[in-house]
Design a binder for this molecule. Sequence first.
Ligand code: UT7
Length: 326
Amino acid sequence: MKRAKIIGLGAYAPKRILTNADLEKMVETSDEWIIQRTGIRERHIADDGEATSDLALRAAQEALERAGVEPSDVEFIVVGTTTGDMTFPTTANVLQHRLGCRNAGSVDVYAACSGSIYSLSIGAQYIQTGKYRTVLCVGAETLSRITDWTDRGTCILLADAAGAAVLRPSDDGSGIIDTDLYSDGGYWELLYQPAGGSRNPASHETLDRRMHYAKMKGSELFKVAVRMLEDCSAAILAKNGIKPEEVDLFIPHQANLRIIQAAAKRLNMPMEKVLVNIDRYGNTGAASVYVALEEAWSLGRVKPGDLLLLAAFGGGLTWASALVRW
Ligand code: UT7
């Protein structure tokens, strides 16, 4: 079986920037508190009328151009998102049409913030089995649409962006070495959106009770998140006989700088080897790891032969890791 190799990356964030100073005018908070407790300074927020597929389209077009791949060559599109344009059709389906990928099947993956590595993993399986030769993996969110802008516990964190990766079979042994996916639905109450699905369909009551916004038990989730990031990272390294010091770059989900620092410390990973861009993006859910990977590549922090460790966690709870030889 040939490994799946990332041959093109793209990323896009909406033009509009919301700073901590802007948030100070909206809720009882401060720039100092947000920086100290989360590491976030600013985030990108979609304009009215700008939906998840609009961001996904920009990121995917960039990834395809950089890969030198024609839309008609794409055979499968997998989009990680929790904030699709509509309940159905899927955002992957919308993207397939807008990109002109006329020969592609398409599917959305709902795994909250782990949708980045979940989508990458699912795409990679189709390449490895030989079923498809060209797969487009995307993570895209407009989390601002399910953010309660009166809830200071969540509105300081959530943001909008998209990232994309084009996969092809590898001829030289580089590529995605392994991925691991985990879930434990017993933790669902730590982070969820109560209404809008079949449990609590949209009604005047659900609107009045603000049930269409993400609800989070932040400090409980914090502790579980650190453990999950550490566990899934340590497990994939051990399984593949790799020591933490052999990793060139650790790219974790950008949810909170303190979560990243705590997980890195437990893994004996110096912060110089950790990609952090949460200061400028906030938590962009399923887009986060793609956007961070694209930034690492753009800045020349990823060189051929480098070993990358990716790890994410999110509502559900879900968590996931990936090892990539660049
Ligand atoms: O993709 C996965 C999604 N989410 C996460 O991974 C989030 C994980 N959790 C976190 O990032 C953190 O728990 C938060 C950033 C949400 C909160 O930070 P914390 O250090 O856990 O604070 P806390 O919830 O324990 O609250 C400490 C204090 C409280 O005040 P009292 O009760 O001590 O008086 C909060 O009311 O900070 C207060 N507080 C705030 N103060 C200023 C909570 N949010 C804010 C705020 N500004 N935005």
